[in-house]
Design a protein around this ligand. Structure first.
Ligand code: PLP
Length: 375
């Protein structure tokens, strides 16, 4: 059996056209973008063209787009800047955030730089918006609200327009981790009431180690990394030119083909869901799979048994790649903080299957046939 890759929320395969766009910068176009002669001007131009393209696709201004090493760096930069530079001494977040956010806000709490509140989470994995408003209303300090757009483990989508409007009402700063949605949903940053968003190219068939931080033009922060004057003095260090070019190309392709790819991926995911219900007794789904949910992710809860406890391992030895929780903790299987927060007493074995434009219904059928023998 060929390898089946159903872990696209962890990372996606690099698109060959994206790779082609990056190649010249590994070879003949090697100049340092800070150099003033032709080699440097060539790579500088590639960076600024990429920035303009990304800004246009997100309906932002080029000066609002900063290239980074990915989602983790972008979120850390935004959250720390809100506390250090924008006067936010109270952070409101949720226990369902990615560790890139959770470990950062917990660090700021532990150092005493900010207090931390978690918004209540409903059993279907959505945040309680009334509780968010209550926390904002009762806060004695200026707040930073950091809530992700879509959850990487269960796929739930947060209404970030609603959150942003609440933040406006209570004069709070709003950062959203949009790593799972940029490239999969259209975001209009001229209209969306948000101060910071983050993205990572490897979630939409771009290269790893390349991301962006959007900083709204009305916000002024200090650099997170000090050194040279790259990224308009905001992020020192010689630029990851191949990554930047690859990020822009991957986003261009994702936005251009979004409707078609969404329809395809949705069909594959719906087929997986229907086939699981038909073939595996007692199976159910975490989150809100028929409501506000990513079309790329299906978080499946298998009834616990001696066999299902070995499921991830057995899928792996059968060449099926799926994940038990967030990619960052797989290999160190300590259980998912997301599943623990929404169903603390549950007796289930969760496997996250996540799909891309390369996934097929035939692959789903092969996985289902295997699951029937493994459960
Ligand atoms: N936020 C979310 C929701 C993610 O899924 C990930 C990646 O797993 C990250 C942040 C971290 O992004 P990166 O791998 O680019 O640092």
């Amino acid at each position: 059996m060929n390898r089946i890759y159903f872990d696209n929320a962890a990372t996606t395969a690099l698109d060959p056209d994206v790779f082609e766009s990056m190649k010249p910068f590994f070879t003949e176009k090697f100049g340092n973008p800070s150099s003033i002669y032709s080699y440097g001007r060539e790579t500088r131009m590639a960076i600024e063209t990429s920035r303009k393209s990304v800004a246009k696709l997100l309906n932002a201004h080029p000066s609002e787009i900063f290239f980074t090493s990915g989602g983790t760096e972008s979120s850390n930069t935004a959250i720390c800047a809100a506390v250090h530079d924008l006067g936010c001494k109270h952070i409101i977040s949720s226990p369902l955030e990615h560790h890139a956010t959770l470990h950062c806000v917990e660090h700021l709490k532990n150092t005493g730089e900010a207090t931390l509140s978690y918004v209540k989470v409903l059993p279907n994995g959505h945040i309680d918006y009334d509780d968010l408003e209550k926390l904002l209303k009762e806060s004695k300090e200026k707040c930073l609200v950091t809530l992700m757009h879509a959850n990487n483990e269960i796929g739930n989508i947060t209404d970030i327009e609603r959150v942003g409007n609440l933040c406006k009402e209570y004069d709070a700063i709003f950062h959203s981790d949009t790593v799972q949605t940029v490239g999969h949903f259209n975001l209009d940053l001229r209209k969306l009431p948000v101060h910071f968003i983050t993205a990572s190219a490897h979630k939409f068939h771009g290269p790893k180690g390349a991301g962006i931080l959007y900083i709204n033009e009305n916000i002024k922060i200090h650099p997170f990394i000090n050194g040279g004057s790259q990224e308009r003095n905001m992020r020192a260090g010689t630029e990851n030119i191949y990554g930047i070019v690859g990020f822009a190309k991957a986003l261009e392709m994702a936005v251009k083909n979004m409707d078609e790819e969404r329809d395809h991926i949705k069909e594959v995911r719906d087929h997986m869901k229907a086939s699981l219900l038909k073939n595996i007794p007692g199976v159910h789904f975490n989150g809100d799979p028929d409501g506000q949910s990513l079309y790329t992710v299906l978080s499946v809860a298998f009834p616990k048994s001696d066999k299902s406890e070995m499921l991830l391992f057995n899928l792996d030895i059968n060449n099926i790649c799926a994940s038990g929780g967030s990619a960052c903790t797989s290999g160190v299987e300590s259980g998912s903080h997301v599943i623990s927060a929404i169903s603390p007493a549950s007796n289930q074995q969760t496997v996250r299957f996540s799909f891309s434009k390369y996934s097929t219904k035939e692959e789903v059928d092969q996985v289902i046939a295997k699951l029937v023998s493994l459960i």
